[in-house]
Ligand binder design. Structure first.
Ligand code: SAH
Length: 250
C-alpha cells in the first residue's frame, strides 16, 4: 500500500533517488539504450520497458535524449510497469502530449490499463504486471525497483532454516512482531522471463554476501519496519547474484 497513497519522493517525502537529483542520470541510461539498440542491428520495433518508474523522471529524461535519434524515436514504444495509480498519474502528467488522451494506435484486447502519446513522439503504455507487457524486442530498465519488492526473511536455527514471519504482538495493542515459523513454509521463486533483449538494473545490492538488509525509511531517516505499516518505505538490498542466475546475466 505504501506507493499507492502518495508521492513519497523528494525533500517532502521519505527518500530521494538518482533520477530525481540530476537529469544526467536518465540521459546516461538513454545512451546505454541507444548503444544496445544499435548493437543488435537497430530493429524497427523496440520496446523500452521500465519497471517501477516512480515520478516518470527517468523515462522523461530518456525520451528527451532519444529525440536526438529520430530513427530510434520512430522504432520505440514505451511500456511502464507500475502498480500505483497515484504514481501512474504523475507519470502521465510528465510524459503525455495531451492529458487524458489514449495513444492513437491503442488496440482492443491489449493488457495495458492506460496509454498516451508522449510529447516526444513514442506511445506510452501502462501495466500492473510485467507479464502483461507484449512480447517483442524488450529492453528493460529498473531503477530502485527490485529493492521495493516483497521479500522473505529466513533465520538459521538448530532445526535448520526457518522463515521469519510477521505476527500480531499479543502483549501490546496495535503492535506487530517478528516470529519464527515452527516448520517449513513455501518460499516463492523469482520469475523474470525474457523474450530476447536486455536489462539494466540499478539498485542498492550485493553479490549474495550480505545477510539481513530489510529496513525502513521515513522522512529520510531509518524507521522501524513493523511500525506504522504502509506509511514507511520498506526496502532490502538486491541479491544481484540471484538475479544473474535467473537471467543469464553478465
Ligand atoms: N525508479 C524510480 C522509483 C523507485 S520506487 C526512481 O528511481 O525514482 C519503486 C517504484 O516501483 C514505484 O514507482 C512503485 O510504485 C513501483 N512498484 C513497487 N512495487 C511494484 C510492483 N510489485 N509492481 C510494479 N511496480 C511496483
Amino acid at each position: 500500500g505504501y506507493y499507492i497513497h502518495s508521492d513519497v519522493f523528494g525533500v517532502a517525502g521519505d527518500f530521494i533517488t538518482s533520477p530525481e537529483i540530476s537529469q544526467m542520470f536518465g540521459e546516461l541510461i538513454a545512451i546505454w539504450f541507444v548503444n544496445e539498440w544499435m548493437m543488435i542491428g537497430a530493429p524497427e520495433n523496440v520496446q523500452l520497458v521500465e519497471m517501477g518508474p516512480g515520478r516518470g523522471t527517468m523515462a522523461d529524461d530518456m525520451l528527451r535524449a532519444f529525440s536526438k535519434f529520430p530513427e530510434l524515436s520512430k522504432a520505440l514504444s514505451v511500456h511502464l510497469v507500475e502498480v500505483s495509480v497515484t504514481l501512474s498519474r504523475l507519470q502521465e502528467e510528465k510524459l503525455s502530449a495531451t492529458p487524458d488522451q489514449p495513444a492513437p494506435s491503442s488496440k482492443e484486447g491489449e493488457l495495458h490499463y492506460k496509454s498516451c502519446l508522449s510529447k516526444y513522439g513514442p506511445c506510452v503504455y501502462w501495466y500492473r504486471d510485467i507479464k502483461d507487457v507484449p512480447a517483442g524486442c524488450n529492453m528493460f530498465v529498473a531503477h530502485e525497483f527490485f529493492d521495493a519488492l516483497p521479500i522473505h526473511k529466513f533465520q538459521k536455527t538448530e532445526h535448520g532454516w526457518r522463515e521469519v514471519l510477521v505476527d500480531i504482538d499479543p502483549e501490546t495493542e496495535n503492535k506487530l512482531r517478528f516470529v519464527l515459523a515452527r516448520g517449513d513454509t513455501p518460499a516463492s521463486k523469482l520469475a523474470l522471463k525474457e523474450h530476447g533483449g536486455c536489462a539494466l538494473i540499478a539498485d542498492y545490492g550485493h553479490h549474495g554476501d550480505k545477510q539481513d538488509t530489510f529496513r525502513g525509511f521515513k522522512d529520510h531517516a531509518l524507521h522501524e519496519v513493523l511500525e506504522n505499516p504502509g506509511c514507511a518505505d520498506l526496502t532490502s538490498d538486491v541479491d544481484f547474484s540471484y538475479l544473474k542466475q535467473h537471467t543469464d546475466g553478465k
